[in-house]
Design a binder for this molecule. Structure first.
Ligand code: ATP
Length: 332
């Protein structure tokens, strides 16, 4: 069986890191046929929109996508291309596994967290307006339906993958309606899974606790903005943005992407770390049931990391993207 996957190379370091990822997946014989589709600045030039309908249709048809980071032109009235993609395709689960990797020295040696971010609502609903010259209003949207469906996804995922405890974190003391609705939905669904530990914590306390010791946490469930912020924090605990993968998952469609952005400071220099997009590609292979090839690539990656001879600059080495990629392919 061959999977057709929509490939959105993206902006900034996107083409470099997706290019490296495709090379490695192809070298490992992953059964994928790539269908390239534009997104970000390239798409603005060609179609006048950073996430054109033709690209959305390609993902709708293939039901699978691998995406590099996208830039959205600022001050030109465009909404974020990433947010648009998630909302249009109803990819309501932001899935970010945060694990300590071999050979990468970090303050904590055995972090194994899953950050789940509600992807479609909250301040990202994009509803804001100026009331007068002094005051603007931005609406935080939270529906019981969305709170319940991501909570159900979380508990089902935990049941299928043997995860032990889940923490829903929010700020309901200050935002009682929107955050309270999310917390209530979580409790309702949790009551259907009495064999999975569950708890709640204010998101400020969680930030503090994560920095002190992330090992006491297992699965975190957060609304959109808190999830965006805390997944970057969690990335910092295991080696930085260059190593943490992610997925945007809906009921029928999934698009896999790194947590990091376009990294304009290093774009075009050939030095970006492709690991985050590569590991997102491995999540995609596992998602479709191609575990064997995913594990073979992961082993090759871990061997290269453990040897430590060909690491990119963000991991303390001096290899460029191409050398790091070749080292993984050599292992394969
Ligand atoms: P954007 O505006 O698209 O969010 P950004 O630069 O603000 O871009 P990130 O792209 O997430 O945010 O990058 C933050 C920092 O992490 C930058 O200094 C960047 O160089 C570094 N970084 C991000 N991704 C990688 C990577 N894959 N390899 C190496 N360094 C990275």
């Amino acid at each position: 069986m061959e999977y057709r996957v929509t490939l959105i190379k993206g902006d900034g370091i996107g083409p470099e890191v997706t290019g490296a990822t495709c090379r490695i997946l192809n070298a490992a014989g992953a059964p994928i046929e790539w269908e390239e589709a534009p997104g970000g600045l390239e798409a603005v030039e060609k179609f006048g929109h950073p996430m054109p309908e033709s690209t959305l249709n390609s993902v709708r048809k293939n039901r699978l996508g691998l995406k590099g980071p996208l830039a959205t032109p600022k001050g030109k009235g465009y909404r974020s291309a990433n947010v648009h993609l998630r909302q249009e395709l109803d990819l309501y689960v932001g899935y970010r596994p945060v694990r300590t990797l071999p050979g990468i020295s970090t303050p904590y040696s055995d972090v194994d967290l899953i950050v789940l971010r509600e992807n479609t609502e909250d301040l990202y609903a994009g509803i804001e307006h100026a009331i007068n010259e002094d005051t603007v209003l931005t609406l935080k949207v939270s529906t019981h339906r969305s709170g319940e469906r991501i909570a159900r996804w979380a508990f089902e995922h935990m049941r299928n993958h043997g995860r032990r405890s889940i923490l829903c974190s929010h700020k309901s003391a200050v935002v009682p309606l929107a955050d309270g609705a999310f917390a209530d939905a979580f409790e309702r669904i949790a009551s259907e899974y009495p064999y999975i530990e569950h708890d709640q914590m204010p998101v400020d306390s969680l930030s503090f606790e994560l920095a002190l010791d992330p090992r006491s946490f297992d699965v975190l469930l957060l609304q959109n903005l808190y999830g965006d912020i805390l997944s970057d924090l969690a990335a910092g605990l295991v080696g930085g943005l260059g190593v943490v993968p992610g997925a945007n998952i809906g009921d029928q469609i999934a698009v896999f992407e790194a947590v990091h952005g376009t990294a304009p400071d290093i774009a075009g220099k050939g030095i970006a770390n492709p690991l985050a997009v590569l590991m997102s590609g491995l999540l995609m292979l596992e998602y479709v049931g191609e575990r064997k090839v995913a594990q073979r690539i992961e082993k090759a990656v871990f061997d290269v990391l453990e040897e430590g001879k060909h690491l990119t600059g963000d991991l303390g080495g001096n290899a460029d993207t191409a050398r790091f990629t070749e080292a993984i392919i050599d292992k394969l």
